[in-house]
Write a protein that binds this ligand. Sequence first.
Ligand code: IMP
Length: 439
Amino acid sequence: MTTPHPSNRNTAVVGLQWGDEGKGKIVDLLTAEHDVIVRYNGGANAGHTVVVGDERYALHLIPSGILYGDKTCVIGNGVVVDPEKLVEEVESLRDRGVEVGDNLKVSDRAHVVMPYHKEHDAALERRLAAAADGDTSIGTTKRGIGPAYADKVHRATAIRMGELLDEDRLRQKLQIICSIRSAELAALGVDAPPLDPDALAAEYARLGHILSNHITDTVYDLHGYVAEGRSLLFEGANACLLDIDHGTFPYVTSSNCSTLGIPAGTGLPGRNVQDVVGIMKAYGTRVGAGPFPSEDLGEIGERIRDRGNEYGTTTGRPRRCGWLDLVAVRYSAMICGATSIACMLLDVLSGFDELKLCTAYTLPDGKTTDRFIPDAECLAKVRPCWDTMPGWTEELDDVTAPGSLPPNAQAYLDRIESYLGIPISIVSVGPKRSQTVLA
Ligand code: IMP
């Protein structure tokens, strides 16, 4: 049994932009101080790479806490699990000598991503991209996330992880599901033989069998950990501006990826989260479609992409890049209840003569606002109002103490802190654990 965390405080880590803020590194740092690491939303659309010594691990579903050996990792009921991917992750970790046993719990109520969800996701995107009045696709990761959550809401056509443990029940359910899905896929232009319920039931029962020791009622487990005084770290996947309710709808993902998803996605009341670390990059990026007011389509955006190696972990797509949008970050910090900020990738901004921060928007009628506008169509029509700050030339890779930052880098951080009204507790200047400046 793990020793209780001395202060028994629970922490959430959440991205405040459109994802890829570098949450993996902060989760990894904070994992050391917590006993139980919990995923509450999203699925294999998320992804982070953790570097431990010389080893690089790319994980999509399992919290990186698994690499520690003495942490319990929980995939909560709010996650949509692709069992094929999960088994792949478990097996590849075991192949590399990482123990995956009782330390991994998967909610029996987490919904399953089936192969037809992925096909549906891709087919719908193709159809939307070919719309007569222009491309209206979302730019999804094609991991089946939207269709799997849609089935959760449809109810009768959904499959939960616990159901993989009963092949007969699964086969029976899949009869009707496959006939409906086959017709839908055909209507979306997918030229494939009808789905075979028996084959799918056999394959998914096989995957369920492999995962059976991990599938459990995580709600009771989590309440038990709280009662025992163990400290929990909630790892948000995707990011606040992709939240289905509060993000830039419809260019969002299909779950509550803000901290508001924690209670529903774990079964723990909201009062169980005391500290919320909001993660933001020192600039802005976005993958997929959707408005991004501070995007730079020219040389600056390209330079940020090159210096920040801004290509997706999950899909390899080049990310759209631009300056930091403080209006957006302040909105996300408000929604998520951020109590501190981690500013990532500050090193990427070295060498710019000047830096810009978006501090308000000009609306189509000429008025300005410092409120974020989550409706995608309206947000697409705003123009950013900039604060311009002088840049710095020094590379920051070796900076480890706040006092060693160049004065202009410190001034940049001070401006962000005063705009947000939230302390910046962590500044990251490189991928390694050692390249971290703690306030
Ligand atoms: P989906 O989650 O695959 O349905 O994709 C919906 C939108 O969210 C797309 O624009 C994706 O690029 C974006 N998205 C989903 N997950 C992530 C993530 O972890 N990082 C960045 N963007 C993401």
